[in-house]
Design a protein around this ligand. Structure first.
Ligand SMILES: *Cc1c(COP(=O)(O)O)cnc(C)c1O
Length: 422
């Protein structure tokens, strides 16, 4: 559920008409709902209320300072996957003890940054990484708290580009080798083993793969404890899917997910961490775009928008579906039209939808892409020299620009000429 509803014939973001934001900032733009972000965080927090836990928002899904700050104020921790995300979390006021560092390719510099600035734990993904982290921690005279990310070899049944828990994926260490790797970690003076980490993929639409993975984690916890390791924390990753199409998908609810966690690992007495991204931010954002042309082709009509694949790459990259709706509510019974919905970028891949049936729209009409809050703005680029589009945050009846659109001059001024060309 979100807070983008039609009211008096027009789409609102909470209590603000989307047309009002468009008039203020121009199109295309992203707009996020504070109430939706808070509500989704709260659903997870409540689902784990049966025990000691921390919900760490996966910042890679949406990393604007304002979003991080409001979730942090609500009590969220952060899951970061780069030094840049770590610094963004710190800049938004998140204390180090609420920041978890994930990712397969942490550099020594990033490790140093986190150890100096404060970190809850590193989720280590390989032996070579473990060796480097041990050295960095020793050189600073500190001990790095770690979990080891295990790869449970579970099929998440999701898009190949966002499945991470099969043995062929680059993530984690095979669960079959976990005992050896933990034994190695226990001997390293710069590391303190505190738990186990697992994350099997994104946009999971059923609970069964989580259940399979968490049962393996429970079994491993017992084994490692028997080997003498203190396992007090389980990081169970993110990945719960959201409905992108309102009609036919009903992904599992956070409450059922929380019950599943309790059922599979609750008896172990561990502190539970989860790292949801998409389910918190996905349905909390729209991308709003304007129709430039309606072009009749040989056998189809094209809706050409001012938003493009550089602004929202999910359809081009993952064949992702987004609901695309007119900002002015269509009259009941209005004739639907069928369009290929595209952007102005010079690539055929710049297609948001093919043969989409939707209410007919005209040039200058606004359309909204639903469920664009996760992996939207963060994956945008300036391809075709299209300046990054602004982000706007709504809270009740107020709204503010939380990242401004750069001017053409600012965009161009980021390049510099070498002196021999001046
Ligand atoms: C991407 C990622 C997440 C978040 O995944 P969502 O599907 O957005 O919930 C969590 N943890 C790790 C390690 C990730 O790479």
């Amino acid at each position: 559920m979100d807070h983008f509803l039609y009211r008096d014939g027009a789409l609102y973001a909470e209590d603000v008409p989307v047309t009002e934001i468009a008039a203020a900032v121009g199109t295309p733009f992203y707009v996020y709902s504070t109430a939706t972000l808070k509500r989704h965080f709260q659903l997870f927090d409540d689902a784990l209320a049966w025990g000691d836990h921390l919900v760490c928002f996966a910042m890679k899904s949406a990393s604007n300072q304002a979003i991080i700050k409001l979730l942090g104020d609500a009590g969220a921790g952060m899951d970061v996957v780069s030094g840049g995300e770590y610094l963004r979390a710190k800049a938004a006021g998140i204390p180090g003890e609420r920041i978890v560092f994930s990712g397969v390719g942490k550099t020594a510099d990033e490790m140093r940054m986190a150890l100096e600035g404060g970190i809850r734990q590193f989720n280590v993904e390989s032996e070579p990484e473990m060796i480097v982290l041990d050295q960095v921690a020793q050189s600073l005279g500190v001990v790095a708290p770690i979990t080891v990310r295990v790869n449970p070899d579970v099929d998440a049944k999701t898009h190949a580009k966002i499945a991470t828990g099969k043995s062929e994926n680059k993530f984690g260490i095979p669960i079959s080798r976990a005992r050896d790797v933990y034994a190695m970690a226990a001997k390293m003076p710069g590391l303190k083993v505190i738990g186990i980490d697992v994350h099997i993929g994104s946009q999971l639409t059923e609970l069964a793969p989580f259940e399979a993975a968490y049962r393996k984690v429970a079994e491993l916890t017992e084994t490692l404890r028997a080997d003498g390791h203190e396992i007090t924390r389980l990081d169970l990753g993110g990945g719960l899917g959201i409905p992108y199409s309102r009609s036919n998908e009903a992904p599992p609810l956070p409450t059922d997910y929380g019950d599943l966690i309790k059922r599979t690992v609750g008896h172990l007495g561990c502190e539970i961490e989860i790292e949801p991204g998409r389910l918190i931010s996905g349905n909390a954002g729209l991308m709003v775009s304007k129709v430039i042309y309606v072009k009749s082709g040989e056998d189809r009509d094209f809706l050409i928008l001012d938003g493009a694949m550089n602004d929202l790459i999910r359809p081009a990259m993952y064949d992702a579906y987004h609901d695309i709706v007119p900002v002015i509510e269509p009259q009941p019974g209005a004739e639907p039209a069928k369009y290929d919905i595209v952007g102005p970028v010079c690539e055929s891949g710049d297609t948001f939808a093919k043969g989409r049936v939707m209410p007919a729209v005209m040039p200058d009409d606004l359309v909204a892409f639903r469920s664009a809050g996760a992996y939207g703005a963060v994956m945008s680029s300036e391809y075709n020299s299209r300046p990054l589009i602004p982000e706007v945050l709504v809270d009740g009846d107020q709204f503010a620009v939380i990242r401004a659109r750069p001017t053409y001059e600012e965009m161009i001024a980021r390049d510099t000429l070498p002196e021999w060309l001046v």
